[in-house]
Design a protein around this ligand. Structure first.
Ligand SMILES: CC(=O)N1C(=O)N[C@@H]2[C@H](CCCCC(=O)O)SC[C@@H]21
Length: 120
């Protein structure tokens, strides 16, 4: 299969954009994420740091987390980079953990979803 490279700029169908850096020889990478959406009202959305790891291969699997700079929450993404007829795409699933006031409220503090990113 052709090589799918994580490095570069990606966008998803929500309009969120992310940039992923070079991966080092151990597969670690950094980046930044600008989300188009948030559950928080009256916050200014800002770029947030990505740190992640991938397995070197032609269609690499990866995992990364985003520590949101404008809310007390973290999203972890897990996925794989594929090459198809229309180019490269990242197929991901994510978990968003928001800070709960107490363990009683914790049941409502994790969101899950899936998402596809294409090259910007
Ligand atoms: C790719 C995808 O589905 N998502 C995306 O691009 N933005 C939203 C979430 C943004 C969370 C911001 C902080 C917060 O509201 O707590 S992470 C999963 C979802």
């Amino acid at each position: 299969a052709e090589k799918c490279d994580l490095k570069g700029k990606w966008k998803n169908e929500l309009g969120s954009n992310m940039t992923i850096s070079e991966t080092d020889k151990n597969g670690y990478f950094l980046g930044s994420y600008l989300t188009a959406v948030t559950t928080h009202t009256n916050v200014e959305i800002k770029k947030s740091p990505i740190s992640g790891v991938m397995v070197h291969s032609s269609q690499p699997i990866f995992a990364f987390h985003v520590k949101w700079t404008f809310s007390d929450s973290i999203t972890t993404f897990t996925g794989q980079c594929f090459v198809d007829s229309s180019g490269e795409r990242l197929e991901t699933m994510w978990l968003l953990k928001a800070t709960a006031r107490s363990s009683d409220d914790n049941w409502a503090s994790t969101r899950v979803g899936s998402n596809v990113f294409r090259r910007l």
